[in-house]
Design a binder for this molecule. Structure first.
Ligand code: KG4
Length: 340
């Protein structure tokens, strides 16, 4: 049978990415980040759209070349339709329309959040059988989302818990900013935490019923704590950087895993995956590994290159939709907000 080649395109935030899969096996996954936002302490939407415009042609060109195929071999193009920044999403959406018309192949729309969950189904090679089964629970933790998702099938997912305010990644980034660290602060906190004592300081944990999260209280408590300490000692942050990072990271992980344990208990599910940028956090990975061993859960940790935004996850989501012939027409427009 003729293989299925899917080109995936991702431009929902500040990473321009293109990937090619052959029957679900990744042949290429190219990601161009955008350094331009660093000095602003966060993503500037207008600058992101412009950088996507500059990056998209070379990124797709390299993805196709690295996959060792010709563009005429492609079966379909999958693109992120949303949620995300509208100006950024328009770049992949419009480019997909043009390329699909030129090649006369169908377009498949992809929900970015579903794609993060399905990143685990991208095969590294033909013999890769590490994909999670159904149902399983996915902890989706990124800069924009913190959700506990019950994954019943490729196209059947239910959010059973989510943040009512900030996302876990935002908590990392905003607290890092208060410490004077550059954006994005999550990876820097992770690195500093490895040298620090996680029990050095204690910060507020929310007491929310059910499976929902809240991180805004932690951010405020962290801010007030630092403000008070700085009154006494203006070098407090500098002198306690590693301990602050380790204690903050431990608090965020405790909050995340507390609700996750409850979700596993309430659903009776025993298989678990984690996705989104924060799933790169080494402390979270270690704690999850220990927890999974203790409870005999089957744990799926994504390769680091699949934790942040990437087009391989878009292509695999598109692959399963392609098999069901779920295509969209040329009047499709992006959406900035959506759930799974
Ligand atoms: O999924 P993602 O790339 O995209 C957005 O949702 O925008 O996630 C980015 C988030 C940022 O908040 C970043 O600080 C966080 O993931 N992040 C980390 C780590 N690597 C990335 N947070 C903690 N530890 C890390 N190692």
């Amino acid at each position: 049978m003729k293989p299925t080649y899917i080109l995936g395109i991702e431009s929902s935030c500040d990473d321009t990415s293109a990937a090619v899969l052959r029957d679900g096996v990744v042949l290429s996954n190219i990601i161009a980040g955008q350094k331009v936002h660093e000095k602003y302490g966060g993503v500037v939407p207008e600058l992101a759209s412009r950088a996507h415009q500059q990056n998209i042609v070379p990124v797709i060109d390299i993805a196709i070349k690295e996959a060792g195929i010709n563009k005429e071999d492609l079966s379909a193009i999958a693109f992120t339709r949303g949620p995300g920044l509208l100006g950024s999403l328009l770049v992949a959406t419009s480019f997909t329309k043009g390329l699909s018309r030129a090649l006369d192949i169908p377009m498949v729309e992809v929900n970015h959040l579903q794609a993060h969950v399905l990143a685990h189904y991208v095969k590294q090679d033909e013999n890769d059988t590490e994909q999670p089964g159904f149902p399983h629970i996915c902890l989706l933790v990124s800069g924009g989302n913190s959700q506990i998702v019950l994954v019943k099938n490729y196209d059947d997912m239910e959010i059973i818990g989510q943040t009512i305010d900030d996302a876990a990644g935002e908590a990392f980034d905003k607290c890092a900013k208060v410490m004077g660290l550059p954006y994005p602060g999550g990876p820097i906190i992770d690195k500093l935490a490895q040298e620090g004592n996680p029990e050095a300081f204690e910060f507020n944990k929310p007491k929310l019923p059910g499976l929902n999260y809240s991180f805004s209280g932690l951010k405020t408590s962290f801010l007030y704590f630092l403000r008070d300490q700085l009154k006494e000692n203006k070098h407090f942050i500098e002198e306690n950087k590693a301990d602050l990072a380790a204690s903050l990271q431990k608090t965020i992980i405790d909050i995340l895993l507390g609700k996750l344990k409850r979700a596993m208990r309430e659903t009776g599910v025993t298989e678990i995956s984690v996705g989104g940028g924060v799933s790169a956090n080494s402390g979270l990975r270690n704690e999850l590994t220990t927890l999974a061993q203790k409870h005999r859960w089957k744990l799926h940790l994504p390769p680091l290159s699949f934790t942040t935004d990437n087009a391989a996850m878009v292509a695999i989501t598109g692959h399963y939709k392609y098999l069901k012939q779920e295509f969209v027409s040329y009047n499709v427009v992006p959406y900035s907000r959506a759930t799974i």
